[in-house]
Design a protein around this ligand. Sequence first.
Ligand code: FAD
Length: 305
Amino acid sequence: MVEKLIIIGSGPAGYTAGLYASRAMFEPLLFAGYASGGQLMLTSDVENYPGYPEGIQGPEMMMQLRAQAERFGTRILDRNVDSVDLSHRPFGVTSGDESWQAEALIIATGAEAIWLGVENEEVHKGRGISTCATCDGAFFRDKEVMVVGGGDSAMEEATFLTRFCPKVTIVHRREGLRASQIMGLRARDNPRIAWKLNHTVTGWLGAEGDFRGARLRSTADDSEEDFTCEGAFIAIGHKPITSFLGGQLETDASGYLLWKQHSMTSVKGVFAAGDVVDTRYRQAVTAAGMGCMAAIDAERWLEAQ
Ligand SMILES: Cc1cc2nc3c(=O)[nH]c(=O)nc-3n(C[C@H](O)[C@H](O)[C@H](O)COP(=O)(O)OP(=O)(O)OC[C@H]3O[C@@H](n4cnc5c(N)ncnc54)[C@H](O)[C@@H]3O)c2cc1C
């Protein structure tokens, strides 16, 4: 049997695509993947998704999005897609030793923040250390925090955090920044931003639920010191999840899928939504919006065939 539409991914983008496509009677099949529910399963309070004036727990919100997509007929498989064949239509989708075919695909496999992978990181992930200032900055009001990184996103995160935090220290392994000149200057001019250049983080301090700061090593002379702060933001980049596509879709230099015509990728009939295409916003609400766009584009494209 050939499916009309297969959606790969179960974050806000995938579930919203499922909701729209199922309400349009396309009976989509959705692969939820190894991390069913996506990135918001990793967080507690979501306070900036419209419609929840008191905020909502990330996992609860994702269960509601899943139920809403299922209510209209989205069929969900809690399986990972291992590979796809986009060389001809219907497209092929393989998971384990089974294969499916579909006239159209929506790729909504998200992205992962790159973590440092140093000692004690797992203990403090999401409770002391974050990778998203827009999401978690408000939880660090009046606290001294650090930002790790030297690129534009690190400058942006640090500048944003100064709205809440009296002191934000940028820790970067080199003297020079990778950030654009304007972003670097803006950060340097901000009196609430302090600098710890030529230092790397070798581990995090404090027991679970009691984050205390970082152990830093000087890249100049290898000396080590404990740096006290109340929260840390890692801003060293994100990695879109696309390896299962085997390079069959065009990406930018960092591996993010490219939209060619509305939300359609470089292969006709393959659409993409959410953090897997988004180098800029990376929010649940924007991912959901793109899921809606991809579903509407897929519907129109399928109808035109
Ligand atoms: C700790 C944390 C807190 C956050 N807090 C907020 C917040 O408060 N507000 C906010 O707006 N945003 C927040 N964000 C950002 C938000 O979670 C993301 O922008 C959003 O989840 C992106 O949605 P998405 O659907 O594109 O992808 P994701 O949520 O990343 O979901 C991707 C999905 O693809 C699936 N997948 C991947 N590979 C495969 C495969 N091969 N086969 C099948 N499925 C696959 C995964 O299982 C997953 O379900 C937070 C992020 C993090 C990490």
